[in-house]
Design a protein around this ligand. Structure first.
Ligand SMILES: C[S@@+](CC[C@H](N)C(=O)[O-])C[C@H]1O[C@@H](n2cnc3c(N)ncnc32)[C@H](O)[C@@H]1O
Length: 510
């Protein structure tokens, strides 16, 4: 079993190697030298005829795993598939064996791949200037018009799996990388390119271009995939067609121009229409392959913002505009700033449900430092019509409720008293609560009492949430179970600071 877990993300760097003995050590060293993120490194020697087999054991210290093929060359696609199967991370960076990593890029790669709509990320070997970029997590990247260079490509394992991995039958559809990339795009993901604000190369290619028409990185396939290229590059198109014809001749079959989506010309057209010249997305066309499922996650920078980027390095505050925050990220962000005695995963679970109520009024009993109350505040419409009430025996609020955009009050006192109930009534002025969060004494008795005292202030579809249900199991079990939903997060937890999982539940009173 891997010592890594999904909770500590890392990058699986994989190198399919065939007859790249003279470059491999330098590549492996460069991976280590430039690593700015946890990684594992796995190499496949695809039955090389050079010294690769003898070299790999010497690099053992620097490799997480090595696979050898004996007596058979699998070719690039199957070599990559073997490596991906072995990889432990969901984030994969595939590097051809004759490349060299010139800059720290691992963190950026993981940042970009975390966007679910990204199918793969390419890294041009030489990239100067900043194109119109889209940004996320402090990382600049852009949608590519065309498929991008396949020699250094990062992708998620789930996407690889979804498209059935890399595919050796590449004569009809293009090279192995092209075949993979088109299938990824056809499955509704976007091709992207990492953009660094630097004229220096991120990755360089150490080998001579196209020795004797053979690219030995690829082995069985006599194609070169180590050149950066875009499909709107006409000379490449011609060269590419010629190569298919040559390959078909070599295999003694007649080259037939493929039709429809597998025809690279139609892909060229599709991709260049999908990502328009000003790097916007043509959402109508995008519908064809299901890209529209990401529509609310993507915001492309306006032209004026692109030009700001061109003038100066991107500022962090400029970079937070692509993917909307997930509920868990939202919860964690607030919890990082304000102490909340919750488990982030459980809180996110209940927040999702409260959000659906489109709440106007929320009450929390037992607010302590108010971190969780801050989360409820954020779920309310940000105006004075919204009501937020907290009650605590001795509140120790860590944020200033008087600055809140909603009508917020924290009642100091025992929630079980008439005085507290009257104050709640005074604030509500006949209005009702969408949600009550009970997190006070954590005893069966107190939970039952608070439920009885406050449930009448709930709207018909409102509900009550309870924290720490492992402590109040007797009370929760006593409720009509058809009205109860529970969630107890088993480890591992997505946050490190908050308390372990005490369980959370909802009681649909009405
Ligand atoms: C576990 S803490 C609440 C944590 C908080 N809900 C959060 O998520 O960060 C429990 C709080 O309930 C308060 N409390 C206990 N019994 C109470 C009661 N009868 N009335 C009001 N507050 C009470 C305590 O003062 C304490 O601050």
């Amino acid at each position: 079993m891997s010592c890594f877990s999904e909770e500590v993300p890392f990058l699986s760097v994989i190198i399919p190697g065939y007859n790249r003995f003279s470059y491999l050590q330098e590549l492996v060293d460069s991976v280590h030298a430039q690593a700015d993120y946890p990684f594992e490194l796995i190499v496949h020697d695809d039955n090389s005829k050079d010294g690769t087999k003898d070299l790999l054991p010497k690099l053992n210290e620097k490799l997480s795993a090595t696979i050898y093929s004996h007596g058979f060359n699998f070719g690039l696609a199957e070599s990559i598939n073997r490596l991906v199967r072995l990889a432990n991370s969901k984030y994969i960076l595939m590097l051809n064996a004759d490349l060299k990593v010139e800059q720290p890029i691992f963190q950026d790669i993981v940042n970009v791949l975390q966007n679910r709509y990204v199918g793969y990320l390419t890294l041009n070997s030489i990239y100067s200037g900043i194109p119109r970029a889209i940004n996320n997590n402090g990382t600049n990247f852009m949608f590519t018009r065309g498929l991008g260079a396949g020699c250094a490509m990062a992708f998620r394992k789930d996407v690889w799996n979804e498209v059935g991995g890399w595919n050796n039958k590449t004569v009809a559809t293009g090279n192995a990388d092209v075949s993979f990339m088109t299938r990824v795009v056809r499955n509704g993901y976007f091709p992207t390119l990492l953009v660094k604000n630097t004229a220096d190369p991120l990755i360089t290619n150490m080998s001579q271009f196209h020795k004797n028409g053979q690219d030995s990185t690829i082995g069985r396939q006599p194609f070169d995939c180590s050149l950066p290229r875009l499909f709107n590059y006409e000379p490449y198109m011609k060269q590419s067609r010629q190569r298919y014809e040559d390959a078909a001749n070599a295999m003694q079959i007649t080259y037939k121009e493929p039709e429809g989506e597998v025809n690279i010309h139609s892909w060229h057209t599709f991709l260049n229409e999908l990502i328009t010249e000003d790097y916007q997305i043509n959402w109508i066309l995008a519908q064809k392959h299901g890209h529209t499922r990401w529509k609310d996650q993507i915001k492309i920078l306006e032209l004026e913002d692109y030009s700001k980027l061109l003038r100066k390095p991107a500022e962090p505050e400029f970079l937070n505009i692509v993917a909307p925050e997930t509920t868990l990220e939202f919860v964690k962000r607030i919890m990082k700033k304000h102490y909340s005695a919750q488990n982030a995963d459980e809180l996110a679970w209940i927040v999702e449900k409260v959000k659906k109520l489109n709440p106007k009024a929320i009450l929390e009993i037992g607010v302590e430092s108010g971190g969780t109350l801050k989360i409820w505040e954020q779920l309310l419409k940000q105006d004075k019509d919204s009501i937020l009430i907290g009650i605590d025996l001795s509140p120790n609020m860590q944020w200033d409720i008087s600055q809140s955009k909603v009508s917020a009050s924290v009642i100091e006192g025992d929630a079980h008293t008439i005085a507290a109930i009257q104050q709640v009534e005074n604030i509500l002025q006949g209005r009702r609560l969408d949600f009550i969060f009970i997190d006070s004494e954590h005893t069966d008795q107190a939970s039952q009492l608070e439920t009885l005292l406050y449930q009448e202030y709930l709207k018909p579809c409102g509900f009550i949430g309870y924290h720490d249900i492992l402590c109040i199991k007797g009370f929760i079990d006593s409720l009509d179970q058809s009205r109860v939903e529970r969630y107890i997060k088993e480890p591992p937890y997505s946050d490190f600071g908050a308390q372990n999982s005490p369980g959370i539940a909802i009681y649909h009173v009405n």
